[in-house]
Design a protein. Structure first.
Length: 189
């Protein structure tokens, strides 16, 4: 019924169709990774925008703590200077910023009037919310990166991925285990 040429044509069409399906799946996963990174980037920007207000509030109460204030400002500047596509570099810079913020909050503990300041409380609540959103965004991004990485490494999709230049996505991970925790910003004690 079918000649040898027809069967060969059907096999070639099936292989091409399967390759197209794999390619489209890789494109979808790459877009999900980019969307997820955008979510992290937005939350990190929100946190960076909050820091000057936080610093100004603390300055009024803790003028002699200039070294800590300078360190937070420097770490914020470093984090913002990392290119958006350098995920590992951004994670390292954000980890250092989290450490500096932890020191700032430790300094604030010594100032009861600061802890009672309504503006500081509002900033604290906002930062706590943002930190939670960063954590959720990080989980979503890492899940998207994992899905893409599995597809890029798995056979037969790795053949299509290598042919069309799909690469693995870097995970957004913090170097120190202590940086993985959301900074403690509870000043109600």
């Amino acid at each position: 019924m079918f000649g040898g040429g027809t069967i060969t044509l059907i096999i070639v069409v099936a292989i091409v169709a399967y390759a197209i399906i794999i390619y489209n799946g890789l494109v979808r996963l790459r877009q999900m990774v980019q969307e997820a990174w955008s979510g992290i980037d937005v939350q990190l920007k929100r946190r960076a925008d909050l820091i000057p207000n936080l610093l100004n509030t603390v300055k009024g109460y803790a003028n002699h703590e200039q070294e800590t204030l300078r360190e937070v400002t420097e770490m914020r500047t470093r984090a913002q200077a990392v290119p958006a596509n350098d995920i590992a570099g951004r994670a390292a810079a954000e980890g250092m910023l989290s450490q500096a913020l932890g020191k700032l909050f430790a300094v604030a503990e010594a100032y009861p009037d600061l802890k009672a300041n309504e503006n500081f409380k509002d900033l604290q609540d906002t930062l706590e919310t943002i930190e939670g959103e960063i954590q959720m965004s990080r989980r979503y991004y890492n899940g998207s990166a994992r899905d893409l990485n599995i597809k890029v490494e798995s056979f037969p999709s790795n053949l299509v991925a290598n042919t069309f230049g799909f690469t693995q996505a870097a995970y957004f991970e913090l170097e120190n285990a202590s940086d993985r925790a959301v900074p403690n910003v509870d000043f109600s004690k």
